[in-house]
Unconditional design. Structure first.
Length: 158
């Protein structure tokens, strides 16, 4: 948001929670079982050509998506897992074309609305993790999740 605002692009923060099932596969084992059922998430909205657009930025890129599609060849419509929740698994809107971009929209289960900035959101809604859970996530779970995502990108999918 700071970069967008720095170049004069109006933007705002959109906060919500996503269903834990959206992360299954990207997070596995005990960390998945211990994760909250509703995970705080967000995206940035930009004001472009007289309308607000949702720009969801996430781990998903073409290589990751293509390898997930290879792993699940029979899925053509809705898919939820591995950081993806979309109604069109074969052709989700992930590339910028002047419209909204989404890959997790179908996993939203509680919409908190828009905020001027992330600090305002977290001050009002709090965080998923505090104390020991926050430390475990930062030093263990996030690394495991990134490792799982890297394996998928490299087509070492299990």
């Amino acid at each position: 948001m700071a970069l967008l605002r720095g170049v004069g692009i109006p933007c705002r923060f959109h906060g919500f929670t996503i269903d834990k099932k959206l992360q299954k596969g990207a997070i596995t084992g005990l960390p998945y079982l211990l994760a909250p059922n509703n995970i705080i998430h967000s995206w940035v909205e930009v004001y472009y050509q007289d309308k607000w657009l949702n720009l969801e930025g996430f781990i998903l890129d073409k290589k990751y998506l293509n390898n997930l599609q290879r792993k699940f060849p029979d899925v053509t419509n809705s898919f939820c897992g591995y950081g993806v929740a979309t109604s069109d698994f074969r052709n989700p809107q992930i590339d910028w074309n002047g419209n909204d971009t989404y890959i997790q929209k179908d996993g939203i289960n509680n919409d908190f609305g828009v905020f001027e900035d992330p600090d305002s959101f977290y001050k009002e809604e709090g965080s998923n993790l505090n104390g020991l859970k926050s430390i475990i996530y930062k030093h263990v779970v996030r690394k495991l999740m990134n490792s799982n995502v890297s394996r998928i990108r490299l087509a070492k999918i299990t």
